[in-house]
Design a protein around this ligand. Sequence first.
Ligand SMILES: NC(=O)c1ccc[n+]([C@@H]2O[C@H](COP(=O)([O-])OP(=O)(O)OC[C@H]3O[C@@H](n4cnc5c(N)ncnc54)[C@H](OP(=O)(O)O)[C@@H]3O)[C@@H](O)[C@H]2O)c1
Length: 500
Amino acid sequence: MKAITCKNFGLPDSLVLDELTLPPVGESEVCIQMKACGVNFPDLLIIQNKYQFKPELPFAPGGEVSGVIESVGAKVKHLKAGDRVVALCGWGGFAEKVIVKANRVFPMPPGMDYINGACTLYTYGTSYHALKDRAQLKAGETLLVMGAAGGVGLAAVELGKVMGATVIAAASTAEKLAICKEKGATHLIDYSKEDLRAQLKEITQDKGVDVIYDAVGGKLAEQALRSIAWKGRYLVVGFTTGEIPQFPANLPLLKGCSIMGVFWGSFAEREPQQSLQNLGELLGMMKSGAIRQHIHKIYSLNEAPQALHDLMDRKVVGKAVVKVGDWIEEPIVAKESKPVEAVKSSVVPKPLRIHFKDIKKYVGQSLGVTDWFTVTQETISAFADATQDQQWIHVDVERAKQFLPEGKTIAHGYLTMSLAAKFFYELIEIEGAATSINYGLNKARFPVAVKSGSRIRMTGKIMQAEDMPNNGIKLIMEAVIEIEGESKPAYLGELLTALY
Ligand SMILES: NC(=O)c1ccc[n+]([C@@H]2O[C@H](COP(=O)([O-])OP(=O)(O)OC[C@H]3O[C@@H](n4cnc5c(N)ncnc54)[C@H](OP(=O)(O)O)[C@@H]3O)[C@@H](O)[C@H]2O)c1
């Protein structure tokens, strides 16, 4: 088969189009007839023998592919010949066929085309893991992305916006920054010309940046870290500048911040369930149109060395993709904008107006997050009067000053829970239903108490919508009520509503 072959380690110019012979397909492997291969920075490192994985020469680079399964090994049960798939093969993708371990091969989601299939898992998978699992980025926080117009960087910009952060994109040209703006960045910094620290100081009004996503490393890394906010999170993602930064240990001490490593490949292997959950959520966002890969250019197989050259020369914005063979592109049909999956998203309009008949389409999708609501002593006392629950921890302000943490009374757990209905009215408006009845509760947990004067808000999600007699629909709605400044929620539960 034809392959772009690395016979000697070196720069992209040393790659040649040649014939490579594939070994037989192992019992836990599949052979994929290639359609497309994403171009990623590690491809550049692997051909120079500078990457953590070191294949034997000769080999074809190209670690992320899409295609059709040609054959499967005897032990492979979940895939079959003819399946459209995406795969993370590590190397071997700049070729007509590739053999991959079956556990690194995934059926291609409906609606996704081969070009997008070949360049989506790696970038969005990495950036979502970084922002969601490592930094635990929250709506309302500031996110600085260094190398924002690159593959993982642009994905971080888009996801940061979807997760409700204010995104500051930093890249090396005005053209690159213009694409970052289109993808949702609010502030733009050209770090090839502008003073990074001074810009960040001005943008954050001296507060510093909550989360820094660094895909480039180098000299600017320390400047970025010096601009981090109290309790900020610095994500170490990559070193495209070729320089691994060394940080003075007094910086995290002074800032009370965390420097966090991100290694998506290892995460996917060690925590496969969480990784699959993330991929499912990303696919939900793609289906809804909330995120979409920016394709810089599609190259032919012969042009794969040029694609790597362009990446090395910092010419690529978003993703470069190598198309293998002469097949007709299937474009993604962008669906109408719908709420995104499992994120506190500022892109979900409030209230989301859903017609009664369409409600089932929204099952499993987030309704977004409400505005903050302050739980005052007046509210707590009124609830105590209404429920005749006058325990002193709720109502005796003077005693609370003496005996309770921070000297504040505590709201009844059921008060917090009962605010879920108010919050749902803020998030969703159902049209075409004669009536809706909030009639019950499936689950209720109260991990953290709400002190008087705290601000709380809710993220809502439709978990189930089932038919009921007389043309009714029973909804199970998930509610998560958080307290400002607390990592654990005040309330987690499922509420039951009947619509007629
Ligand atoms: N930790 C993980 O799990 C993980 C996963 C995937 C990727 N990565 C790493 O993340 C980094 C970015 O990967 P990517 O695929 O997004 O790369 P990419 O598309 O090439 O983007 C990298 C960006 O780095 C900037 N850059 C600065 N100096 C550069 C240089 N000397 N050569 C090339 N680019 C330079 C460029 O932006 P400007 O021109 O605007 O500066 C470019 O847009 C790589 O180091 C990769 O290994 C890590």
